[in-house]
Design a binder for this molecule. Structure first.
Ligand SMILES: NC(=O)N[C@H]1NC(=O)NC1=O
Length: 175
């Protein structure tokens, strides 16, 4: 069972495997490592969620700022974390038309200007048309509402990354 494997990991291995369940925030995995043993993956996730929930607003915004832009320069250059690169590729963001790229660039920067953090969405649960529509829709949200919507997306990304980890621990051939 993957939870027993996770519970028995030493700190280095834990960070190696789970360090990026929240994008570019290994501190979260580093914190919850000392809260083992976890009953199951739902329990592990609860520790992640509780950590985020307990942060002040600046910390919550900080987590969002650790996320790369959707279809930004790093994605085009292939320099994102492997998880991010795959998620954005699977949402079809590698074949944007010139017009879609222009629109996304424009909306991304309008969003950042309005809220002070990048637009975050669980790309694997979406596609390029929906991402553009959601960006346009969420741009009209009030800041407090948008902070909580964006954090919900972070948690969806975390959930999917943990599912991948569970599968790879149960079937290492999938790694
Ligand atoms: N900005 C943003 O949403 N980034 C991401 N979304 C996702 O699913 N993976 C990411 O890196």
């Amino acid at each position: 069972m993957s939870i027993q494997m996770i519970n028995s990991m030493d700190f280095e291995e834990f960070i190696d495997i789970l360090g990026n369940i929240i994008e570019n925030c290994p501190l979260i995995a580093a914190t919850i490592w000392s809260q083992r043993p976890f009953k199951d993956l739902t329990d592990l996730k609860k520790h992640v969620f509780d950590f985020i929930e307990a942060l002040p607003q600046s910390g919550k915004e900080g987590i969002l700022r650790c996320h790369p832009d959707i279809a930004g320069r790093e994605f085009e250059q292939g320099t994102l974390t492997p998880q991010s690169q795959r998620e954005q590729r699977e949402a079809g963001l590698s074949d944007l038309s010139l017009e879609e790229r222009r629109r996304l660039g424009h909306l991304n920067s309008a969003y950042k200007t309005r809220f002070g953090f990048p637009f975050v969405i669980a790309a694997r649960l979406s596609d390029k048309a929906t991402i553009l529509k959601e960006l346009e829709r969420r741009l009209k949200n009030q800041p407090a509402q948008e902070l909580s919507t964006a954090l919900e997306e972070v948690l969806k990304i975390c959930h999917l990354r943990l599912e991948d980890i569970r599968q790879s621990l149960e079937d290492p051939a999938k790694l």
